[in-house]
Design a protein around this ligand. Structure first.
Ligand code: ZN
Length: 402
């Protein structure tokens, strides 16, 4: 299987599929369709009932035993924008020696900065030329899912559950779930195969809101401002200080399961000032407290500066899927068993951001996230561990077999 997995992964990463956040088309770049079409062709060669829809999403269904559960698997074909995409020769490192990996004259993956590498000695790794993004996020996930399907297709004697797969586009620009359809994707629960370390299983993400604060001051001639001028920029500054005296956590202080308030943008002059924030917390009650702090800071300033106008707009963005999954966690229990059969110890890692899985969970389909063996994603120093990918194929085979 290993050689097949290596060739498959290389076949996928050699197709440039970067998405584009400035494009309004769907998908955002046509080149993503090149991989979508290849995947469709490969699914059809495996005799899997599949189609490519008008938004560039590929859906596939492999029927299992009658009355068995239907398990969904999702990965995205597009790659991140942080580094250059394009054609390059991936390098396969067999029997990794545990030392620094020199990609080119300028870029070296140092063991000191990548402690994960310590456990990779003897494994097969794949890296880039140091000029391009590898794109293991999420082509490692795509390859793992395709390899799993190939296994069941090649072994019709092995009884399995119903399998539903989807390869999405534009995940990296936050549009991955925009056209994902539960009419086309019918499952009891699903997993995004889009994480890093295979020891991490994630089913919690932030609850998220944003806030726009607009302050109107009173402008006068500076020489004539006594008890009249209300400088909106100074009020913006005071608003922020008061807010952070109520809710102290900013991203700089926050880690693990802690939330934060993040001032993302501030712009102002004497007459007006605008502040944009994002608000995050795993705990929905704590998110509410953070939102309330904005209203308290507003009241505080309104009272102190009655001639000013302070508008606070708060919008909910997405929610923690853990709150839904904890009500019925069959999707967690089943995957834990599948990991245990492969002797993989699992840690639950909260996702300090949003995921497509969270959006899909709130559409009505529970969708935790699984690791792929891809490390340092979104950077030139990205690498995949093929041994990890192989183990994840086995985990999925355990999950889906009856
Ligand atoms: Zn991803």
């Amino acid at each position: 299987m290993k050689q097949d997995l290596i060739e498959r992964f290389i076949r996928y990463v050699k197709i440039d599929t970067q998405s584009d956040d400035t494009s309004l088309s769907v998908p955002s770049t046509l080149k993503q369709l090149e991989l979508s079409k290849l995947l469709l062709q490969e699914l059809q060669e495996l005799n899997i009932d599949s189609f490519l829809d008008e938004y560039g999403l590929v859906y596939g269904t492999l029927k299992g035993e009658k009355d068995s559960k239907t398990i969904g698997l999702i990965a995205h074909v597009d790659t991140a924008l942080e580094c250059k995409g394009g054609n390059f020769e991936p390098r396969v490192i067999e029997n990794y020696d545990g030392k620094d990996i020199i990609l080119n004259d300028e870029v070296t993956i140092k063991v000191d900065n990548n402690p994960h590498l310590l456990s990779k000695k003897g494994h097969t790794l794949i890296v880039t030329d140091g000029y391009h993004l590898l794109g293991g996020d999420d082509k490692a996930g795509v390859a793992i899912i395709m390899q799993t399907l190939k296994y069941f297709s090649a072994h019709p004697e092995i009884k399995h559950k119903n399998i539903q797969v989807c390869f999405t586009v534009d995940e990296e620009i936050g549009r991955g779930a925009d056209h994902f359809s539960l009419d086309k994707f019918k499952a009891d629960y699903a997993y995004t195969v889009d994480g890093g370390d295979i020891n991490y299983l994630s089913y919690e993400n932030f609850n998220a809101a944003s806030s726009k604060v607009t302050i109107k001051g009173v402008s006068t001639h500076p020489g004539d401002g006594k008890d009249k001028m209300v400088n909106a920029s100074l009020l913006g500054n005071e608003f922020n200080s008061h807010l952070l005296s109520l809710e102290k956590m900013t991203p700089r202080e926050s880690e693990g399961r802690e939330g934060f308030i993040h001032l993302d943008y501030i712009h102002g002059d004497v007459s007006s000032c605008e502040l944009d924030y994002i608000i995050r917390d795993f705990d929905s009650k704590k998110l509410k407290d953070k939102k309330r702090a904005f209203l308290e800071a507003q009241k505080y300033l309104e009272k102190k500066y009655p001639t000013s106008v302070i508008e606070v707009e708060i919008l909910d963005q997405y929610k923690n899927m853990g709150e839904l999954i904890s009500i019925d966690d069959a999707c967690i229990q089943d995957i834990i068993q599948a990991y245990q059969k492969e002797n993989i110890n699992i840690e639950f890692e909260p996702i300090r951001g949003g995921t497509d899985g969270a959006r899909i969970t709130f559409m009505g389909l529970k969708c935790p996230n699984l690791g792929t063996g891809d490390y340092s994603c979104h950077s030139l120093k990205e690498y995949v561990d093929v041994n990890d990918m192989e183990r994840m194929v086995k985990v999925l085979i355990n999950l889906l077999s009856l």
